[in-house]
Design a protein around this ligand. Sequence first.
Ligand code: FUL
Length: 486
Amino acid sequence: MHQYLKLYTGLIGLFLSISNIAQQKSVSPPSPVHPIPSPAQMKWHKMEMNAFIHFSINTFTDKEWGYGNESPQLFNPSALNTDQWASTLKETGFKTMIFTTKHHDGFCLWPSKYSNHTIKNSPYKNGRGNLVKEVSASSKKYGLHFGVYLSPWDRNRADYGTSSYINYYRNQLRELFSQYGPIVEMWFDGANGGDGFYGGANEKRKIDGATYYDWPTTIELVKKMQPSVLFFSDAGPDIRWVGNERGYVDETNWNTITTDTLFAGKAGIESLLGKGSPDGSQWVPAEVDVSIRPGWFWHESENDRVKTPEQLFDIYLSSVGRGSTLLLNIPPDKRGLLHENDVAALRGFKKILDREFAVNKAAGAKVTSSHIRGGHLSFAPKHVTDGKEETYWTTDDHITQASCTVELEQPTSIKYVVLQEYIPLGQRVKSLAVEVWKDGAWEKVATATTIGYKRILKINPVQTSKIRITIHDSKACPVISNLEVY
Ligand code: FUL
């Protein structure tokens, strides 16, 4: 009898909760706060860590910037193995390999038919080598995306500074984008014009960075060939430089910025690039580019100056942990291999990542909140711990201050709080605080400004059973998709 009663009350309970859900009128999701990321940018945000590979004639001349008069004969790696690059990067958590197909010295790492200053005139594979092809093939083999760096500044070309050079540059892009499979990111930098070989002229040439390259036409041409490629430069249009090469983005990091007045190499915009602007008219997220060594290219003298795993982890926290994507440069050595010291540093870094973020203590945890949009289950706070990217907690439109509280199953020591906004609806949060329940009261352990794609807050380790996130200010109702605790 007792059992029947249990079954009966259980069925009634089930019926009531089903009718409760059925009674919930549908509530529409918040409208996006524009600008918002494109689907390709969204994929890029999720990559989090990409790798840069600087490898060229400079590797053999021990220089950072070649003058442009180097003989292709100098390029002669003895044990080159792009599979070693790709497998190491894959193993240590990187998603993309961006390769210097041509640096400022003009030497091409593929046998471009538009130039003789290329790998075909080097001893490598008796002039039959094509490193762009090899890097692209190894990326594919190890499940990495492939990206290219093609320096606009070319210290080798006699016609640099005239309009025919622009044709040359565009022809090279045609080659790269039609022969080497999908390219996710195209990187061009701000170093433009200065002294160089220039076909023997040996002089200083100045260009007007705002107009000389006519970037809109070039970008259109490339996007016709590969519509989803993302362009990186100081000014985007898809990804912006972060304004420094030391491995951090500002703690306040808006993915939005107004690019109208920006161009690659424009002076004095570093701080703007590092922060973005809350009212920016385009979605142009910052990428943190930094080298594992002091230089971008390999130098024997820097073998003992490879960043330590701990330094790399700090860089991770101040890039990925502040809503940016990390682009870490690991330059192969003269053999054509990632050096043992660099490989050890990468492995040590991966070990720290795995250790620090081993178990998300908030996974599936109970969450309550001060507000729920339309009181509807689809927008309930439980979505921040459900591990799904497409669900989120949000409030009614006029609410820009709200809190949610995660209840852990048992008191545990915590050290990191990870937050993510649902950025397909735009970046919103401007200010927040994190508190933990300790000795019968709330104690503030962190404050922050923006969240964006991801914010990792490192706190002094503390024992607690409840964590409360309070959004103090937001451009519109906050939309939070994820909360993790480690
Ligand atoms: C800079 C270049 O001048 C450096 O040599 C390096 O390639 C770095 C990633 O971009 O603008």
